[in-house]
Design a protein around this ligand. Structure first.
Ligand SMILES: Cc1ncc(COP(=O)(O)O)c(C=O)c1O
Length: 387
């Protein structure tokens, strides 16, 4: 039998061992790392700086008083409370869909959705850079899986042709992509993907985890920015990034939401998110998609421009290549007071270890220029992502 210690040793030797890093302060652009003191945080997905927002904290406390802290059971037993229904109505209305279903996390939404939609007679076609939750959901489904190189529409087309030729009359073809890719920060060609999936009679699931709250009118995502919401069969996302809290969602037709209620195992067999959390997320959506959200998005956009003009999202990868080099760049940045962890395989492909820089509306312009100058000193690479 393999010894866990040997396995950890192998991970260490390959520069792939992960360790938890403890933070002694609330989340924010300034965090206090146990043992290393205060750092400027460029690694969080709290894009609008809401994770420790005073107004949201007060709202949460208030909802705890109204709803209590626990939900008692899964949604289908006795855990569906008014707060969950109100949240689902809100996110469905923001996404312009008939219905929505919420989950404990985005990960649970993905692993619940794909096996609900697809089984062994169906076909799932995913972008190569799709998040682990989508890949795991695809694997759990038992469907035939095809992966296309990142954003490669020709290969997406040939996979659709291939699947359409083999599909039975009742088979489903489902295309899966992110809108903003989590480790590269680039955008999917959604307009073209929507055309293709329609041409082949496929369904489309778009994970807007890193776009919701950041892109589009009212921060409603890339689908909304491109006017494509009504053509995307399932809009997925999470409340754990720009919304500052936690929980996943899937928005689509009423029938689609009802199918998920009946089939999504991560929904059926898991205790409902706490009602005070659901109610706070509902109110956070008013904030994120309202005037204050617009101001925060303007700040975030200005920060994106300061870091790198024209950057399409709040995620900026600095590709280093080898694991050890990425770890060493991250350690040197930390010595200078910047928290930018190294991202390695299997989160990103082998040989593309990187620093993943994320910007927040709460960063000040000085924070960004000082990170840029530290990067210029520390990162010596032939790939130069900086202007
Ligand atoms: C693209 C993408 N999808 C889904 C998830 C999962 O969301 P959550 O953190 O809410 O589980 C993440 C976040 O880690 C993500 O980056």
């Amino acid at each position: 039998m393999r010894d866990p210690g040997d396995e950890l040793h192998d991970l260490e030797a390959g520069g792939l061992r992960r360790r938890l890093r403890q933070i002694d302060s609330p989340q924010g652009v300034h965090v206090r790392l146990t043992g290393s003191g205060e750092c400027l945080n460029f690694s969080s997905n709290d894009y609008l700086g809401l994770a420790n927002d005073g107004a949201l904290k007060a709202i949460y406390q208030n909802h705890i008083g109204t709803y209590g802290v626990g939900s008692g059971s899964s949604r289908l037993v006795c855990g569906t409370m008014a707060a969950h229904v109100a949240l689902e109505e809100k996110i469905a209305s923001l996404k312009r869909t008939e219905a929505a279903l919420t989950f404990t996390s985005g990960f649970a939404a993905a692993t619940g959705a794909l096996p609900s939609l697809c089984g062994k007679d169906d076909f799932l076609i995913l972008d190569k850079l799709c998040h682990a939750s989508l890949i795991d959901g695809a694997r759990l489904s038992g469907a035939t899986i095809r992966i296309y190189p990142h954003n490669d529409l020709n290969r997406l087309t040939s996979h659709l042709q291939w699947a359409a030729q083999r599909a039975a009359a009742t088979s489903r073809l489902v295309v899966v992509t992110e809108s903003v890719f989590s480790m590269d920060g680039d955008l999917a060609p959604l307009a073209e993907i929507v055309e293709l999936k329609d041409q082949y009679g496929a369904l489309l699931l778009v994970d807007e985890a890193h776009a919701f709250g950041v892109l589009g009118p009212e921060g409603r995502g890339l689908g909304a920015a491109l006017g494509l919401e009504s053509r995307i069969d399932l809009q997925m996302g999470t409340f754990s990034k720009a919304v500052g809290l936690s929980g996943g969602y899937l928005c689509g037709s009423r029938a689609m939401a009802d199918l998920l209620i009946n089939r999504a195992r991560s929904f059926i067999y898991s205790t409902a998110p706490g009602p005070a959390l659901a109610a706070t997320v509902r109110d956070a959506l008013d904030l994120v998609c309202g005037p204050r959200g617009d101001i925060l998005r303007e700040g975030l956009s200005a920060n994106r421009e300061t870091f790198s003009p024209g950057t399409p999202s709040a995620i900026i990868p600095v590709i280093i290549g080898e694991n050890e080099a990425a770890l060493s760049a991250s350690a040197r940045l930390q010595e200078r007071g910047f928290l930018v962890p190294a991202i390695r395989f299997p989160t990103v492909p082998k040989g593309s270890a990187r620093l993943r820089i994320t910007l927040s509306a709460a960063h000040r312009p000085d924070d960004i220029t000082s990170l840029k100058s530290a990067l210029a000193d520390i990162v010596k690479t032939d790939y130069d992502p900086l202007p």
